[in-house]
Design a protein around this ligand. Structure first.
Ligand code: ADP
Length: 718
């Protein structure tokens, strides 16, 4: 390809002149000016200056980025620069003398010609700009490309020439298109898209931002982004912009902003740095989305799943179910909710136990079952069988919803979620929830509703357990009542029997005694023996009957509680027992004992029975007995310990039963009634009695007496 100077040299001088690039300085005109030397010098100077300027101009033209070509009135090319060669894919030599229309797509030919002729008609003199025209040019290869062209007219020696400057704007147009496209995307976005400088001045504001914040762009451009901040979040933007300035990106930042109307909105924003072509951060772009609705739903659902209060307050199951259904509809904003229980009948029916919301007879149309058949393979039946939650994203298309689709859609249900209600591993039923939108249950919502159904399951289980316990308690109370009555009957019988038997027994005893006295030695030996047995038996019977009577009386007698000093009671008991203590050489010690609120005689009897046993059931060594009392939370605990024969663990519980003895009378005398009386006395006083012992190693009998009996006056205990 020829260089700039080459073209200039090759092109005839007249052409350059015509093109307005060279000034006509021929030898004839020079000769006229050589009359004076000084004039010649000046002219030579001018001439060289002109040449210089012409060279400069040539090199500018040739090195220009734009294609520059000159055409005559018939559109023939008279000059074609380097850039033109490149742009049109044609050498200057080929282009010279050709019509410029060669480089213009046919559809522009007419316009083109018109423009050139208008130029001529306008009689414009020099270099008149024809304005910038956006149009298309054509390369030699036939490829069209967008150009921007300007045209100017040069009139030289009566001939009209036009200089056309053409710029290939393919790249620019492409960039513009991308930019326009992006601008359209930004403008049509529902999200607010804002740009701001690093100091927080708003520089761009799309229609999404207008909608979200309520300000038209004219009211915010050039203002500070701080205008959107609620007072409690002042400084938040400064912090974000500082991070942006460090090149960080702030993603899914959830915060609160204030709209033009003063309403607070929850937004989620992603803020990214904007860099210039040198990578220097100039500002930030922010994409913000209104999440108020999501937040509200989240909040509502959280309060739903947090329905412990309802669970706590519910006293019966149907109220609980109703309350939860109401909450789901009223707080959760769902269209309808119902609870179905799995009935274990032949048809495996699902019985509706509660519902709330827009039901309008829907449940009657269900004929729901949890059996593995068509009406049992919908969400509810499947959930009950599998124990797993089911989501139906679109009732209109979900095949499992077919049997109920029409009725459901008629009531405005579009998607549903069914959750199992379980007690342990048993599925009791399910709660079904319907929403008006397709795909209303997103992952977070499903999670919260699962929590809700778990809580409800727990509530139902707890209520049922509470009811079972109440029933068991009632049954127990009934049994205790019956037992008490039969005990009372028995006691009554024992009392009456022992009381009434006394008289005939006394007679038997008296007459056998008489028989023995009068006829001993008069009959044969056997008769004497038999009479002896009879009177012995009658005496023993008398003792037994008296003991039994004493036992019965213990239960019947009204207790008269008073303040009792156990030290003095013990002293009296020990005095009564002095002879047996002496005889057995028993050593009895005791600590300081408390004053208690009790029946004095009965407490004395307890001490006497326990100490008596401790002496009676001694080993070969003299008995060592100690009596103490210690204060516990609500009672005094007394203990009577001995070093006697002890009791094996298996018998420890039985010895308090009336007439229960571990030894024969010949080993240890007694009727087995002493401990039964102790038990009765202690338990009537609200305490307990038990023994800690091992065979052969002594026993500790312990009993408790309440610190203060319910009807005791203040200060009765110390
Ligand atoms: P009894 O003393 O008339 O046999 P109790 O009711 O007082 O009747 O006692 C029941 C049984 O408990 C006694 O027969 C005896 O076997 C056992 N027992 C009671 N006290 C003691 C004791 N301190 N050591 C060993 N065994 C005892």
């Amino acid at each position: 390809m020829p260089g700039a100077t080459e073209v200039a040299e090759r092109a005839p001088a007249s052409r350059l002149v015509k093109a307005g690039i060279a000034v006509p300085v021929g030898p004839a005109s020079l000769a006229q000016l050589t009359s004076k030397n000084s004039v010649i010098d000046k002219l030579q100077h001018v001439q060289s200056a002109l040449r210089e300027s012409q060279d400069r101009l040539n090199s500018i033209i040739q090195s220009a980025m734009d294609a520059i070509l000159t055409i005559d009135e018939d559109q023939r090319i008279v000059m074609f620069n380097d850039a033109a060669e490149k742009m049109f894919g044609c050498t200057a030599a080929d282009a010279m003398g050709q019509s410029m229309e060669r480089f213009v797509p046919a559809r522009y030919h007419a316009t083109h010609r018109e423009q050139i002729s208008q130029f001529g008609a306008a009689g414009a003199t020099k270099r008149t700009m024809a304005g910038r025209q956006a149009m298309y040019a054509r390369r030699t290869s036939g490829e069209e490309f967008p150009i921007e062209a300007s045209i100017s007219q040069v009139e030289t020696s009566g001939e009209k020439l036009f200089t056309v400057i053409v710029r290939d704007i393919t790249e620019r147009r492409r960039a513009e298109e991308v930019r326009e496209w992006l601008a359209a995307v930004v403008e049509s976005s529902d999200d607010a898209i804002i740009s701001k400088t690093l100091s927080g001045t708003i520089t761009a504001w799309n229609s999404g931002a207008e909608k979200l914040f309520g300000y038209p762009s004219a009211e915010v451009l050039g203002k500070s982004i701080e205008m959107l901040l609620p007072p409690d979040r002042a400084g938040e933007e400064t912090e974000i912009l500082a991070r942006i300035g460090r090149g960080e990106r702030v993603q899914h930042f959830e915060t609160v902003r204030v709209r033009k109307d003063g309403r607070r909105i929850d937004v989620s924003a992603t803020i990214s740095p904007i860099q210039d072509s040198n990578g220097i951060i100039m500002g930030a772009s922010k994409i913000a989305r209104d999440i108020s609705e999501r937040k509200r739903a989240e909040c509502a659902l959280r309060s739903l799943s947090d329905c412990n209060e309802s669970l706590m307050r519910a006293t019966d199951e149907s109220t609980l179910l109703q309350r939860i259904c109401d909450l789901v509809v009223n707080v959760g904003g769902y269209r309808m909710a119902w609870v179905g229980y799995a009935v274990h009948d032949e048809k495996k029916t699902v019985r509706a136990a509660a519902f709330a919301g827009h039901e309008v007879g829907y449940l009657d149309t269900l004929h729901m079952t949890w059996a593995d058949e068509e009406r049992g393979r919908g969400p509810t039946g499947t959930t009950i069988r599998s124990g797993k939650a089911r989501v139906c994203y679109d009732i209109a298309t979900d095949p499992s919803f077919a049997p109920w689709r029409e009725e459901a859609l008629r009531r405005g249900y579009r998607s549903s979620m069914v959750l199992p209600l379980k007690s342990g591993s048993e599925v009791l039923g399910a709660i079904s929830i319907y929403a008006t939108e397709v795909r209303a249950f997103d992952a977070a919502e499903q999670h919260l509703l699962e929590e809700l159904s778990n809580n409800l399951s727990y509530g139902i289980t707890a209520l049922r357990a509470r009811q079972d316990r109440r029933q068991a308690e009632e049954k127990l109370a009934r049994k205790a009542d019956e037992l008490g009555r039969s005990n009372a009957d028995l006691e009554q019988f024992a009392y009456v029997a022992s009381h009434d038997l006394q008289e005939p027994l006394r007679m038997v005893a008296a007459y056998t005694q008489l028989l023995a006295e009068r006829y001993r030695g008069r009959l044969d030996d056997n008769a004497d023996k038999f009479i002896g047995y009879a009177s012995e038996g009658a005496l023993r019977m008398q003792v037994l009957i008296q003991d039994l009577l004493a036992f019965s009386r213990t239960g019947r007698r009204e207790t008269s509680n008073v303040s009792v000093d156990c030290n003095s009671v013990l002293r009296e008991v020990l005095q009564t027992m002095a002879s047996s203590i002496q005889e057995s050489r028993a050593v009895i010690t005791h600590q300081e004992l408390p004053v208690i609120w009790a029946d004095r005689t009965q407490i004395a009897q307890v001490f006497q029975n326990l100490i008596g046993n401790a002496i009676k059931f001694r080993r070969e060594v003299p008995p060592v007995i100690s009596i103490r009392a210690e204060k516990a939370d609500q009672h005094w605990m007394f203990s009577v310990s001995d070093n006697g024969i002890g009791i094996s663990a298996e018998h420890a519980g039985n010895i308090f039963v009336v007439f229960h003895r571990l030894h024969t009378r010949s080993e240890y005398p007694g009727n087995g009634i002493g401990l039964a009386i102790c038990k009765k006395i202690i338990e009537r006083g609200g305490g307990k009695i038990w023994v800690e012992s091992q065979a052969g190693s002594g026993s500790i009998f312990r009993f408790t007496v309440p610190l203060q009996s319910p009807d005791a006056p203040e200060g009765a205990t110390k």
